[in-house]
Design a protein around this ligand. Sequence first.
Ligand code: CUA
Length: 327
Amino acid sequence: MMAPENIPHINLENVWLPKANSTLAPSVDGAWNVVMVISIAFFFLLMGMMVYFVIAYRRRSDYDVTSDRDHNAPLEWTWTIIPLILVIALFFVGFRGFLYASVPPAEAMEIQVTAHKWAWSFQYPNGIVKGDLYVPVGRPVRLVMSSQDVIHSFYVPEFRVKRDVIPGLYTVIWFEAREPTDTALECAEYCGGSGDGSQGTGHSGMWSRVVALSGSEYDAWVNKELESSNIPPAELGKKLYEERGCKGCHSTDGAKSTGPTFKALFGSDVPLTTGQSVKADENYIRESILQSQAKIVAGYPGVMPIFQGQLTDKQVDALIAFIKEQK
Ligand code: CUA
C-alpha cells in the first residue's frame, strides 16, 4: 500500500473548496456556490416556517383550529413559479460552464492517457511516457483517454475536471492550469481491488501526481526527460517504432507494405528510384527518417512524413539500433 503521506497535498486552505487552479474552476465553483446559497436559504426558510406553524397552530383545548379551506391559488402559483425560475436560472449557470468544459481550444496540447488496474500512464507528443501528469501553466491541455480494462474516472479536484475513462472508447477532457502546482489526480470510479493490497493497491491507491510548471520550467522538464530515459537504445527504438507510427508502414518480418521492411535492411544495398543504389548504413537511415524524401526506395510511393524536429538525436539513434537488430 502507498503510504498516505506520499499523496500530494490537496489545498484546502479556505475550508470551503480546494484551490481553484484552472480556467474552468471559477465557473464550476460559481455554479456550486449558487446552488449552495439557494439550498441553505431554502433550508432556513422551510425549517423556519415549519417551526412557526407547529407552534402557532398547535393543538389547543380552547379553540378549534380545523378549517374548511382546501385551496389557495395565489399561494400555489407563487410556490410553483419561483422555483421554476430558479431551476431555469440554475440550468443556465451550469450550462455555460458545461459548454466551456466540452469544447477544447484548437491549439491545445494533446496528451494520451491510459488507465488500467491500478495506474495511470501519460504519453506526451514527443514520446515521453510517464506515470505522473506534467503540464505547462497557461496552456490548454487536451487529454485523450482510454482504459485497458474496466471503467475508471479521471479526476483532478484542483482543476475541477472529472471524466470517465472507458475501455474501447476515447473520452476527452481539457483544462488550463492557472498557477504552478503539485497536486493529485484520483480515480473516481470504483474499479475494484482489495483493501489490504493483496490484489494490487486497488481503486483507493489509483492516483498520480499532477505537476503544473511554468512555461520555461516545463520545457526544461521535457528536455530532462528526453535525455534521461536510460533504457537500452534498441528497446527505446522498439518503443518508438510502435508508438510513433513506423509500424504502420514498415514490417519487421520481410512483408512488403507501404514502406520497405526493416528485416535485413541494415547493411544491405538499397535500390533507389534514381536508378542508383545506396548502402543502408547509419547515415542513410538517419537521413531517411529525418529527411524522408531525400532518397526514395525503388518501387515505393515516397509518402513518409518528414521527422526532422520531431525526434531527438537520441531517439534517432535508438531507431537505428532497433533496425540493426532486425536481421
Ligand atoms: Cu480506477 Cu478506481
